[in-house]
Ligand binder design. Structure first.
Ligand code: SAM
Length: 208
C-alpha cells in the first residue's frame, strides 16, 4: 500500500461514507441484526450508531489502520462492544459457524476477490444466520452500465479498488446464500453510475 491508499483513501471514505443521505439506509440495513455480528469492511464505523440493542458484540474486519482509528469516537461511544479482529474479508481468522449475523455496507465493491469473501462470510455464519447488506453495483439499465464500464478503471484507481460493475445480488446468490429480501434502486441525488444500490438480507442455508 502506498501513501495515497494508506493515508488518503481512508479519509475520502470516511467523508464519502459519512454523508447524511446514507443514514436512513444504515438504519434499514442494521435493523434485525442480532447476537454476535461480523462486519466486513468496517471502515470508520459509520454503522455503529445503528446497531440494534439485540446485538451483543461486533467483530470488525478492516484492513485500514487509519480507518479503524477514525472510528475511535464512534466505537468508544457504543454501548455494544466492538473489536477489530480481522484484516481481510477474503480470509477470516474465525471458526466455522461462529456468528449469528453479518453486515456489509458498500464493501463488496472493493474486496478484490469478492467471491472468496462471501464464501468466508458464509463459512463463519451459523446455519440459518443472515447477511445484511447494502451495496452499490451494476445498474439495471444498459445505458447506465455503459457509463459504469467507462468509469470503472478510474473509480478503481481513485477509490482504493472500488468497482462500479459488480452484480451484487448474483454474487451473493452464487456464494450459496438465499436472498430473502432485496430492494434495488437508484439512490436519489447520486449519479446513477455509483448510485445503483442493492439492499437486503440473505440467509446462510448451511454448508453443502
Ligand atoms: C467504501 S468503504 C465502506 C466502509 C464502511 N462499510 C461504510 O459503510 O462506511 C469500503 C471498505 O472496505 C474495506 N476493504 C478493502 N479491502 C478489504 C478486504 N480485503 N477485506 C475487508 N475490507 C476491505 C476498505 O478498507 C474500506 O473501509
Amino acid at each position: 500500500m502506498g501513501f495515497y491508499a494508506d493515508r488518503v483513501v481512508p479519509r475520502i471514505v470516511n467523508v464519502a461514507c459519512g454523508v447524511k443521505s446514507a443514514e436512513p439506509l444504515r438504519r434499514r440495513v442494521c435493523a434485525g441484526l442480532t447476537g454476535e455480528v461480523v462486519e466486513i469492511g468496517f471502515g470508520s464505523g459509520h454503522n455503529v450508531p445503528y446497531y440494534p440493542p439485540a446485538v451483543t458484540r461486533v467483530t470488525a474486519v478492516e484492513p485500514s489502520d487509519l480507518g479503524w482509528r477514525l472510528a475511535g469516537d464512534r466505537v468508544a461511544a457504543s454501548s455494544i462492544p466492538v473489536e477489530r479482529s480481522g484484516l481481510d474479508g477474503q480470509s477470516l481468522p474465525f471458526d466455522d459457524d461462529r456468528f449469528d449475523t453479518a453486515l456489509s455496507t458498500w464493501t463488496l465493491c472493493t474486496i478484490p476477490d469478492v467471491d472468496a469473501a462471501l464464501r468466508e462470510v458464509r463459512r463463519v455464519l451459523k446455519p440459518g444466520g443472515t447477511l445484511h447488506f447494502v451495496e452499490h453495483g451494476l445498474a439495471p439499465d444498459e445505458s447506465v452500465r455503459r457509463w459504469q464500464r467507462r468509469f470503472d478503471p478510474l473509480e478503481q484507481r481513485l477509490f482504493g479498488g472500488c468497482h462500479l460493475t459488480r452484480p451484487i445480488a448474483a454474487l451473493i446468490t452464487s456464494a450459496g446464500f438465499t436472498i430473502t429480501e432485496v430492494d434495488e434502486f437508484y439512490e436519489k441525488g447520486s449519479p446513477k453510475v455509483g448510485g445503483a444500490f442493492t439492499l437486503g438480507r440473505a440467509d446462510n442455508p448451511g454448508q453443502p
